[in-house]
Design a protein around this ligand. Structure first.
Ligand SMILES: Cc1cc2nc3c(=O)[nH]c(=O)nc-3n(C[C@H](O)[C@H](O)[C@H](O)COP(=O)(O)OP(=O)(O)OC[C@H]3O[C@@H](n4cnc5c(N)ncnc54)[C@H](O)[C@@H]3O)c2cc1C
Length: 454
């Protein structure tokens, strides 16, 4: 087996599916139990309602309980659990986190409207006694602010780091407001068992939040020193990190980690980058970073000897979980080569005899990194064929084409339609390539993608 060469703690596809179903079933049971709370522990406001008013109020309570519970789920989704990453992959969990935020907002608005519709005249007053209701309203405004600013961040030009910092400050405040609102607004949680439930809920939320914050503290992360930094291509820099305590990080080729540099040259933000080295070349870690924004354009100022720490590895992109006899097609666009570089280096080091085709599209030749190393790998691996495409350059033997349907059909003419396809590049290119691959006869299920956005 190809993955016997290094210690790699990833789950097989089958194990991921089984764990996925089990976890989804547990979550569904928990959710079903929680939304029964308004039935089992009836609020006094419900007792005096009849007919439609009663149904609306009860539905409002259920919606509110569901929104509160999903807020707890949010904490679990972002807590960067390695186990959950192995089962679902962190980028899917974060996608679900964003969808879940919208669901919470819809449920919370429905909760408010249904309750106002039934009890509006009783609770819509500016008396001090109504403060628990107003905590709910503040919470709703906060959730709406986070959702809308998150959705329109790109459009209104809010910087990611500023937005994420605000989001992090809001989180414990939101949990606190939710618990106060839940406990004080209705009589439901005056029942002993419901009171215990709300306390457990509050404790679980805070625990999840503090575990997440604790895990992010650098003291709990493997410490590194920058060994080498060099320009590997046009505006692309490679950083080599050596562990301070000679303790190797266990990772699979194709995985990524959150990197933090402690240097006066660059802010101590965390950013996700693929580990472009191979686990066969431990204990050094390499990151290959393209200058594409506020943080990455300062990477060139990092100096050898600067401190660094990483959180990871994460991600399930790669070839590891497929049979070693499967043919592999790798398609990269620009800096999307980094996970593929790690996989190729690994397959080279373990002397894999697999049939592999790499298609790598760049704007110009200047963006090609590690050209000599790739040439040498191609020469020593009989099954490997590397084909380059340049979209803004003409030259000898260079396919001046996008990887469009015709280009792909020609370049992949000798490849089995049952191949595994590893795809990583700019989002628009990936969407188009996926469509074209399916049109020329490859199965969508065998296309494995890595997106450089969380
Ligand atoms: C799984 C994964 C692997 C990646 N691998 C590589 C790689 O090998 N090489 C490479 O050059 N780039 C890689 N990237 C992209 C890299 O993370 C971004 O280019 C970088 O974070 C941009 O930061 P910036 O401040 O320079 O740019 P900005 O312009 O500030 O950010 C551009 C966008 O990057 C995202 N981003 C920024 N900071 C973060 C953060 N801390 N956490 C999550 N997302 C953030 C946001 O969506 C933001 O809108 C990878 C991204 C992901 C998700």
């Amino acid at each position: 087996m190809e993955n016997n060469h290094v210690r790699i703690n990833q789950l097989s596809r089958k194990a991921r599916i089984i764990w996925g179903i089990c976890l989804a079933a547990v979550a569904a049971l928990f959710f079903a139990g929680a939304i029964c709370v308004p039935f089992f522990f009836e609020s006094q406001t419900l007792r005096y309602q009849l007919g439609t008013a009663r149904s609306m109020l009860l539905t409002g309570h259920i919606m509110g309980t569901a929104a509160g519970l999903l807020l707890l789920v949010q904490m679990i989704l972002v807590c960067r659990s390695r186990f959950l990453d192995r089962v679902f992959a962190i980028n899917r969990l974060l996608l679900f986190h964003r969808i879940n935020a919208i669901i919470i907002l819809v449920l919370a608005v429905a909760h408010m409207l249904l309750i106002l519709n039934t009890l509006g005249s009783q609770i819509l007053s500016f008396e001090f006694s109504q403060w628990p209701e107003y905590t709910g309203l503040i919470l709703l405004v906060m959730v709406a602010g986070i959702v809308f600013s998150g959705l329109s961040r790109g459009l209104i030009g809010i910087k990611f780091q500023f937005w994420i910092s605000l989001h992090r400050v809001f989180t414990p405040v939101a949990i606190l407001l939710l618990c106060i609102h839940l406990y004080c607004v209705s009589n439901t949680f005056r029942y002993d068992s419901a009171y215990i439930l709300i306390i457990c809920f509050f404790a679980a939320c805070l625990l999840a939040y503090f575990i997440l914050r604790l895990k992010k503290l650098s003291v709990f992360r493997p410490a590194f020193r920058v060994g080498k930094i060099f320009e590997a291509g046009k505006n692309i820099y490679s950083l080599e990190l050596a562990p301070e305590k000679d303790k190797a990080v266990v990772y699979a080729p194709g995985q990524f980690a959150f990197l933090k540099i402690r240097s006066s040259a660059i802010s101590p933000e965390e950013h996700p980058f693929t580990i472009s080295s191979s686990p066969t070349r431990q204990p050094l870690l390499q990151f290959t970073i393209k200058d594409s924004g506020d943080w990455t354009n300062r990477v060139k100022e990092i100096k050898a000897g600067d401190k660094a720490c990483i959180h990871g590895p994460f991600g399930i992109f790669g070839h590891i979980n497929f049979e070693s006899r499967d043919e592999i097609i790798m398609i990269a666009g620009g800096i999307g080569i980094t996970p593929i570089l790690s996989i190729l280096r690994y397959l080279h080091d373990i002397k894999s005899g697999r049939k592999i085709t790499l298609l790598w599209s760049n704007r110009t030749q200047k963006e090609v990194v590690y050209a000599d190393e790739l040439n040498n790998i191609e020469k020593s691996m009989t099954g490997l064929s590397i084909k380059y495409a340049f979209t803004r350059e003409e030259g000898q033997n260079k396919n001046r084409a996008r990887l469009n349907r015709d280009g792909l059909e020609m370049l992949l003419s000798g490849c089995s339609r049952g191949s595994i396809i590893l795809l990583c590049g700019p989002p628009a290119m990936m969407t188009q390539v996926r469509k074209d691959l399916i049109l020329i006869g490859f199965s969508g299920r065998s296309i494995i993608e890595e997106r450089f956005s969380l």
